[in-house]
Write a protein that binds this ligand. Structure first.
Ligand code: DAT
Ligand code: MG
Length: 149
């Protein structure tokens, strides 16, 4: 089973969209195996977004992500990285398809509602960065026999 990291950003937490977003993820069939509401320390934000350090939007991205609590999650399921990126939609909500989280709930790229790991390697790195292994639960759901062949 694959794992991925998804974070509900400060804009969506303030807009009380945690429930709506978690519901979309759960209904798709992905399993929530870790979750926490937290205010992101500067150092964690910088490490998380290190690949964007030279981009013009980097400083505003870091100040946004540390400005108010986020809701961080680990999700598990077959092809979880790819599927969660599809549920989330394109980076810019103005280009994201309707039916996706960003397409339905966002308006601008600087307030695009959620983060999701973009590859299995990023997911492993981000999960290790945000969660201690002891915070991640391993459990079975009876519904799984109706989600997987
Ligand atoms: P994604 O979050 O879809 O993986 P990314 O990794 O390219 O996108 O960028 C990380 C975040 O940075 C993105 O969610 C929002 C912000 N961002 C990206 N491109 C931007 C831009 N052109 N202007 C402002 N913010 C941007
Ligand atoms: Mg990215």
């Amino acid at each position: 089973m694959e794992r991925t990291f998804v974070m509900i950003k400060p804009d969506a937490v303030q807009r009380k969209l945690i429930g709506e977003i978690v519901q979309r993820i759960e209904r798709k069939g992905l399993k929530l195996v870790a979750a926490k509401l937290m205010t992101v320390p500067q150092s964690l934000a910088e490490t998380h977004y290190a690949e964007h350090k030279e981009r013009p939007f980097y400083n505003s991205l870091i100040s946004f992500i540390t400005s108010a609590p986020v809701f961080a999650m680990v999700l598990e399921g077959e092809d979880a990285v790819n599927i969660s990126r599809h549920i989330i939609g394109a980076t810019n909500p103005s280009e994201a398809s309707l039916g996706t989280i960003r397409g339905d709930l966002g308006l601008t790229v600087g307030r695009n509602v959620v983060h999701g790991s973009d590859s299995v390697e990023s997911a492993e790195r981000e999960i290790a960065l945000w969660f201690d292994e002891s915070e991640i639960s391993s459990y079975t759901l009876p519904e799984d026999v109706w989600v997987y062949e």
